[in-house]
Design a protein around this ligand. Sequence first.
Ligand code: MN
Length: 476
Amino acid sequence: MAHPTDPIVGAMRSPTTEDRALITRAYNMAEKAHGDEKRKSGEPYITHPLAIAERLAEIGMDRDTIIAGMLHDTLEDTTLTSEEIEKEFGPTVRFLVEGVTKLAEMRYRGLDRAFESLKKLLLATAKDTRVIVIKLADRLHNMETLSFVAKEKQLRIAKETMNVYVPLAERLGIGLFKTPLEDLAFKVIDPKGYANTFAFLAKQRTDMEAALADALKEVKKELAEHGFTQFRTEMRVKGVHSFSVKLDEKKGHVEKVYDLFALRIIVPTIEDCYRVFGIIHAKWKPLPGRIKDYIATPKPNGYRSLHTAVITDRGLIIEIQIRTEDMHHDAQYGAAAHFSYKAHGSEVRADQRKTWADGILNIAKDESSEHAKAGLSNDLLAERMFVFTPKGEVVDLPVGSTPVDFAYAIHSGLGDGTTGARVNGKMVSLETELHNGDKVEIITRKNGKPNKKWLESVKTSGARKHIRSALKLDPR
Ligand code: MN
């Protein structure tokens, strides 16, 4: 007879007999613990942890994570104890379940609390990203079943999702969670906006279907003529919320949203990526400024791919993304794919992530909420880059940051005392924009004072705040 955990085991990569036995045992434990408890939908409660464990298995998470997903609500909602969980499944599962339980204790109460939650989430991530992955799967299932919850509560949960979980999924590069979370939240927060954008998107799709199909056929033909046989393609349509944001940016000019549809070409090797890139550009004219090599310079969340936008013979502008299967997998699963990510061969240290989380909390504490919002979008949502100290430690900064931002990110004393900077061994001005992978050395003097002019070029709110306070300017 089929067991409820069969799909989970089926989704795992080469599951062992032990995997099967332990997952079944976790299911039985959770089912017994939740007893007659029901979800708001009236279904037995176990359907919820089961759905989460299944999704975790689908995205390739390991056995401990799947088991922790199955048990994630037992500490909060039932009489089961941490000790009992550890006795059955070991200390890792206990740690993961406790981590998710701690996160569940937080509730969103306006922006400040969102920042506070975010910090806790990030601190937990620094220890083990799997806690966040379980939490994201939990939130996604709750969003999918949100219609059974009271109206005011729906709005609170949707806002929390948009403000806390969407940026987290983005930051961790988990595209597979980010887009559905964002669109489900958008639908609750702004039902009209959602419906309009959705309808508009659907119409664009219909209007362009023939041209898109043509482009796809041409690409396949062109690649075949160049001897490519091992590749596959897929069409990516922009998410509803992401499209709505882009459309606002472009003041409603849909023809300026070049990445509404993206044609993905997935090839076996990195070398193939660049060859296909060349073939596409020989065939169609690329749009200036739209070529991005995220293979040579990955995004801070680890995203890798080649991007270009071309004008086809029918005058269609289409984004083309070229990547390997590995890169494609990473773009979907992000940090869930490998629990610690690496940048330029050096591990991003846990305390670096902690510093980053602290920075976010400071914005929330010290500035008005409008500024907090601006600070959030600059510091958190903007693209990040990694630069290095002379000792090879990684510092995580928003793109466009200067040596002054770098100095303040390390220590406010270092920032205040800065008189000069060397980037990759060369002296540079303090307004110089840093780039991913730069090695930065700060030259200081004792009892130094910041220069008011720095305020014009710094990018981080942390640096701005310290400069203003060192110069005794009004905080702003
Ligand atoms: Mn739950």
